[in-house]
Ligand binder design. Structure first.
Ligand SMILES: [Zn+2]
Length: 419
């Protein structure tokens, strides 16, 4: 039995200062723990809640294990307070059929530190030309589909996929909204920063034109549509209007888009290069406001590890993406002005609901699966080493407030003292 004592816990009855005991992957006591020999975690002055769930993780396996693999990626997740991640399908080969799903699921159950749910590709090989083996993946439990890394550009194909999946029910069609005809050749947001630095920019319309088109398809077909890594004020407005119109739409935002803007790219540091690019300060303000008022449902990391040698090149040549799992909590906490209810809502409860991970994102109660995170919201720490294989974080060297102290997955301590 593990007992976490003295923490303030987010329970089904609200916040309670209570001992929480865990045995056989379940929560067995909330209140006073029974006597006896237990392995104890002192949570005095800390916060205990449902562990985080990431809707957007790149584990890079199969095919790019020099960047990350399931073992190191899930270790990074555990360190970040996550008990479950949704792995993106832009691997090599792409996760676009049953056979690849089986392979990744087998690896994840052998070496994964946290639960790994898979997102399946919408199109074969993510090539945007024909439907992937959606039925094979659905039959293996895949519920989120996306060609992440690329948009599905062909509206006719996307509409056919939406119609096909709608009959299955319970499915999310997620979109990496980027019109390549508008983004091609660009490396950062089109605006003051791109002009000052003399680097070709990517307009906000590369994102918003895809979202606007997709929302018409959603109004037509009526399937749960999820906007990945929203980055623009106009995009937030489109999602807000769609929700007001009653469309089944959800959206996510990354910690880096909530924290940084294109004005931070002064030295062309490649750890500030990602897609979508960091936008303007007013876009960032709109993302923070949208997250606070619920227009944006979830914080998702878009954890995108790359090797140091790949990022150690001129800005224009560097691959897109930054790591995010290990710094998400303090950045999310800051973006939400220290509101812990909102942190658990946007980083655990809602992402678990969107991804259909019913063992996760549940406030604490007796009998619930023990997927928990212990955090110290006031503790300051310096971002240094990483559990991830990669270190391409724009926050390296930053001092952040709010630290993950322990992560428990299905009753097992996977991160923290004694793990
Ligand atoms: Zn993406």
């Amino acid at each position: 039995m593990i007992v976490i004592s003295g923490a303030k816990a987010l329970t089904t009855r609200g916040w309670l200062e209570a001992d929480v005991a865990i045995e056989d992957a379940k929560i067995t006591h909330v209140g006073v723990a029974p006597d006896g020999e237990h392995s104890r975690i002192d949570g005095t002055g800390m916060i205990l809640g449902p562990a985080f769930v990431d809707l957007h993780t790149h584990l890079r396996e199969p095919g790019e294990s020099w960047k990350e693999d399931i073992e190191t990626g899930t270790a990074a997740a555990a360190r970040g307070g996550y008990a479950a991640v949704v792995a993106m399908p832009n691997t090599d080969p792409a996760i676009d059929r049953g056979e690849v799903v089986d392979r990744v699921v087998a690896r994840a159950s052998a070496v994964g530190q946290v639960a790994v749910a898979l997102a399946g590709a919408l199109t074969s090989g993510r090539a945007g030309e024909e439907m992937s083996r959606l039925d094979e993946m659905y039959d293996r439990g895949v519920r989120i589909f996306t060609d992440d890394g690329d948009s599905v550009g062909n509206a006719g194909l996307l509409r056919r996929i939406m119609t096909y999946l709608k009959d299955r029910g319970d499915v999310v069609v997620a979109q990496h909204a980027e019109d390549p005809a508008l983004s091609a050749g660009g490396h950062l947001n089109e605006g003051m920063a791109s002009q000052t630095l003399g680097v070709l920019g990517i307009p906000a319309s590369a994102e918003t034109s895809v979202i606007a088109r997709d929302l018409e398809l959603v109004a037509d077909v009526g399937i749960h549509y999820h906007v990945q890594h929203l980055s623009t004020a106009r995009g937030v407005e489109l999602v807000r209007q769609a929700k007001q119109a009653g469309l089944p739409v959800t959206a996510e935002v990354t910690p880096h888009h909530l924290t940084l803007t294109d004005a931070d790219i002064r030295e062309l540091d490649t750890n500030l290069k990602m897609y979508p690019p960091l936008r303007t300060p007013s876009d960032r303000a709109a993302l923070v406001a949208g997250l606070s008022d619920g227009t944006i449902d979830a914080i998702a990391t878009d954890h995108a590890p790359h090797a140091e040698s790949e990022k150690d090149v001129p800005f224009e040549e560097a691959p897109r993406g930054v790591t995010g799992l290990e710094t998400a909590f303090p950045l999310g906490l800051a973006a939400l002005s220290g509101d812990l209810d909102a942190v658990f809502e946007r980083m655990s409860i809602t992402p678990a609901r969107i991804s259909g991970l019913s063992r996760h994102g549940r406030p604490i109660e007796v009998g619930a699966p023990a997927n928990l995170v212990l955090v110290d919201p006031l503790r300051r720490w310096k971002v240094g080493s990483f559990a991830s294989r990669a270190a391409n974080s724009p926050f390296a060297g930053w001092e952040l407030e709010g630290e993950v102290m322990a992560t428990i997955v299905e009753g097992k301590l996977v991160y923290g003292d004694g793990a």
